[in-house]
Write a protein that binds this ligand. Structure first.
Ligand code: BGC
Length: 427
C-alpha cells in the first residue's frame, strides 16, 4: 500500500445544478451566456444534460463506489416566478434524491450555488434588503419538499466568490463594480444563511429528525505576501485575507458582523454551522489589491497554484476556532487532458490521510466535466469526461484511480503504477 485511507473519511464528488443540468433558461447565468459573455460562447443551457440523464450519472457514481454526493437544486426551476412553485420540478428532484439514496449514495444538498432566478436577479438579488427573507421562502419550500429525504444541507456556496466576482470585480452577472453593493450582498447573504440555518433545524426537528446538519461552503485560499520581508506586501496580504474571507467567515459561522459585513435584522450572535465546509483550490501571492500567482510553482490549466498543504493549514486553522468536523465540500483542479489530476488526487488524499486533521468528508470537484462559469465548457474539472456534442461520459484515469482508492481503502502499489506514476504536473 502507498497509503491507507483514514478510517472515518468518506469520499465522493460535488457538482452544482447550473453547471451540469442544462435546459433552464430562467436563471441569470443562462441570460449572461445568451448575451455572449462566456469566453468560449457556450451556455449552461447545454451543460451535461444531467437533468435528463441523472440516472445514468448516478449509476456511474454507484459503479465507481462513490459514497457521498454534494449536489444542487436550481432555484429558478423550483420557483420560476416569485411565490409560484413547480410541483413537477419538485417531483423530479425527489426522484433524483430517492434514486441516489437507493444506490447507497448519501446526499448533501446545496440550496444556492451562484445562480439566481431572473425575477430575483432583476430585483437586485442579494443587494435587495428583503433578500434574506425572499431566500428563506425558497428554503422553506425546499425543506418542506425534501426534508424527509435529506438531512445535510449547504445553504449558500461561496458567498465571497459570488459577491466579489459579481459586484466588486464586475466579472460575473450583474457585472457591477461597487463597494456599496458588495457590502450589501455580504450582509444579506450572512442574514440569509443565519435564517436558513435556524429554519432548517426547526423544521426538521418538528418533522421528528435529530440528524440535521447545516453549514455553508466556504471558499478559502491561502494568501501569502509575495515578498515576506516587504511590509506593504504583508499588509496587503492580511488585508486581502480579511476582506475576502476573514470577515465573512466569522459572520456566517457565528453571526458576529464587522465591516465589510453589516448586521442585518434577524442576525444574532450564535453558532450557525454543524460542520466546517471548505472549498479549497489554491494559494494566492499578494503584493497589492489583486492577488497573483508566484512564477516558480506548479500550476493547473487555469494558472492556479497547486498547493496541497494549504487545505490542511486552513482546515486546522478553522477547526481550532470552530471545533466541528471538517467537510472538504470542494477540492479539485482544472486539467483538460487529465494528465496530472491522478497525481493531484493522490498527493492531496495522501496528505489528508497521513497528517493529523479533522477532515471527515472529501467531495472532489467535480464528477463530470461541466460548465465552468465564465470559462464555459473549456475548463475541465471532472473525473469523468463529457463529450458535449454527444453527451457521452467516459471515466478518466483520475476517475479510475478515485474508484480504486474507495474500493481498496487506499492506494495500492498496483493503482499507483497504473494511474499515478506517469502522471506529472506541468508548469
Ligand atoms: C465553485 C465551483 C467551480 C469551482 C472551480 C468553486 O469556486 O464553487 O462552482 O466550478 O470553484 O472553479
Amino acid at each position: 500500500m502507498k497509503f491507507k485511507l483514514k478510517e472515518d473519511l468518506l469520499l465522493g464528488t460535488a457538482t452544482a445544478a447550473t453547471q451540469i443540468e442544462g435546459g433552464d433558461q430562467n436563471n441569470n447565468w443562462a441570460r449572461f451566456a445568451a448575451q455572449g459573455k462566456i469566453k468560449d460562447s457556450t451556455t449552461p443551457v447545454r451543460a451535461d444534460d444531467h437533468y435528463a440523464r441523472f440516472k445514468e450519472d448516478i449509476d456511474l457514481m454507484a459503479e465507481m463506489g462513490l459514497q457521498i454526493y454534494r449536489f444542487g437544486i436550481e432555484w429558478s426551476r423550483i420557483e420560476p416566478q416569485r411565490g409560484m412553485y413547480s410541483e413537477e420540478v419538485i417531483s423530479h428532484y425527489r426522484e433524483e434524491i430517492e434514486y441516489m439514496k437507493s444506490k447507497g449514495i448519501m446526499p448533501l444538498l446545496t440550496l444556492h450555488h451562484f445562480t439566481n432566478p431572473l425575477w430575483f436577479e432583476d430585483m437586485g438579488a442579494f443587494e435587495h434588503k428583503e433578500s434574506p427573507e425572499i431566500f428563506l421562502s425558497f428554503v422553506k419550500k425546499a425543506i418542506t419538499s425534501f426534508g424527509d429525504l435529506v438531512s445535510e444541507y449547504i445553504t449558500i456556496n461561496e458567498p465571497n466568490v459570488y459577491c466579489v466576482n459579481s459586484l466588486f470585480w464586475g466579472e460575473w452577472p450583474p457585472e457591477k463594480k461597487s463597494l456599496a453593493s458588495l457590502v450589501k450582498a455580504f450582509s444579506n447573504m450572512t442574514a440569509a444563511h443565519v435564517l436558513a440555518y435556524t429554519y432548517i433545524h426547526e423544521a426538521r426537528r418538528e418533522m421528528g429528525y435529530t440528524d440535521t446538519k447545516v453549514s455553508f461552503a466556504n471558499h478559502l485560499r491561502i494568501f501569502e505576501p509575495e515578498n515576506p520581508k516587504n511590509p506593504f506586501h504583508r499588509l496587503a496580504s492580511s488585508l486581502t485575507n480579511y476582506l475576502f474571507q476573514g470577515a465573512i467567515t466569522t459572520a456566517m459561522m457565528s453571526g458576529k458582523c464587522r465591516f465589510p459585513v453589516l448586521r442585518r435584522k434577524g442576525v444574532k450572535k450564535g453558532k450557525f454551522y454543524d460542520f466546517i465546509g471548505i472549498n479549497y483550490y489554491s494559494r494566492s501571492t499578494v503584493k497589492g489589491l489583486a492577488d497573483g500567482v508566484r512564477d516558480d510553482c506548479q500550476k493547473n490549466d487555469m494558472g492556479w497554484e497547486i498547493y496541497h498543504e494549504g487545505l490542511l493549514e486552513l482546515s486546522e486553522r478553522l477547526y481550532e476556532k470552530y471545533q466541528a468536523p471538517v467537510y472538504v465540500t470542494e477540492n479539485g483542479t482544472c486539467d483538460n487532458s487529465d494528465s496530472f489530476r491522478p497525481r493531484f488526487i493522490y498527493d492531496q488524499l495522501k496528505l489528508i490521510c497521513e497528517r493529523e486533521n479533522h477532515i471527515m468528508r472529501y467531495y472532489h470537484w467535480s464528477f463530470t466535466d461541466n460548465f465552468e462559469w465564465k470559462e464555459g465548457e473549456s475548463a475541465r474539472f471532472g473525473i469523468v469526461h463529457v463529450d458535449y456534442e454527444t453527451q457521452k461520459r467516459t471515466v478518466k484515469n483520475s476517475g479510475k484511480l478515485y474508484a480504486s482508492i474507495i474500493e481498496n481503502q487506499g492506494v495500492t502499489e498496483e493503482s499507483y503504477e497504473t494511474f499515478v506514476k506517469n502522471s506529472q504536473y506541468h508548469n
